[in-house]
Design a binder for this molecule. Structure first.
Ligand SMILES: [Zn+2]
Length: 142
């Protein structure tokens, strides 16, 4: 159910951003989800459908990009994907068991792979039609 709470806050953020820009519809949402979040893309999509129902984000295309883990070892300085040694889920608040590929140290800093962010959204604004209909400045024309 981690996917539902995550998607709920994503949809709230998207709706706020869309409303600020006067959107009538959200067309597309691009997400970047790190593999170490253990969020299931299919479950995220399902959650999105349920949560966005009846909002301006309903029917929007959800694009999810998986981000591979990247860690820096605090002991030897090596940067790599690290070796994950835990189960295929994660309990929030607990440190992730990831060790350095080179020296095996568990003291690593996470550079990538734990993100869950909205890269960008595409919105449709009805109002833009009237802006485009503004008369052109003809002064520069022959
Ligand atoms: Zn190391």
């Amino acid at each position: 159910m981690h996917e539902f709470s995550t998607m709920y806050s994503i949809v709230q953020t998207v709706l706020e951003a869309a409303k600020e820009r006067g959107a009538d519809k959200v067309l597309e949402i691009n997400l970047e989800i790190g593999r170490l979040t253990f969020l299931n893309p299919e479950q995220l999509e399902f959650a999105f459908k349920v949560i966005s129902e009846g909002t301006i984000a309903e029917g929007a295309k959800l694009k999810i990009r998986s981000v591979e883990p990247k860690v820096r070892c605090l002991k030897c300085g090596y940067i790599g994907s690290g070796i994950y040694e835990g189960p295929e889920y994660h309990t929030l608040g607990l440190p992730l068991p990831v060790k350095c590929e080179r020296c095996g140290s568990m003291k690593v800093e996470f550079l990538e792979g734990r993100e869950c962010k909205i890269k960008n959204i595409s919105i449709w604004v009805k109002r833009e039609c009237s802006l485009k209909a503004k008369p052109k400045n003809k002064e520069n024309e022959p």
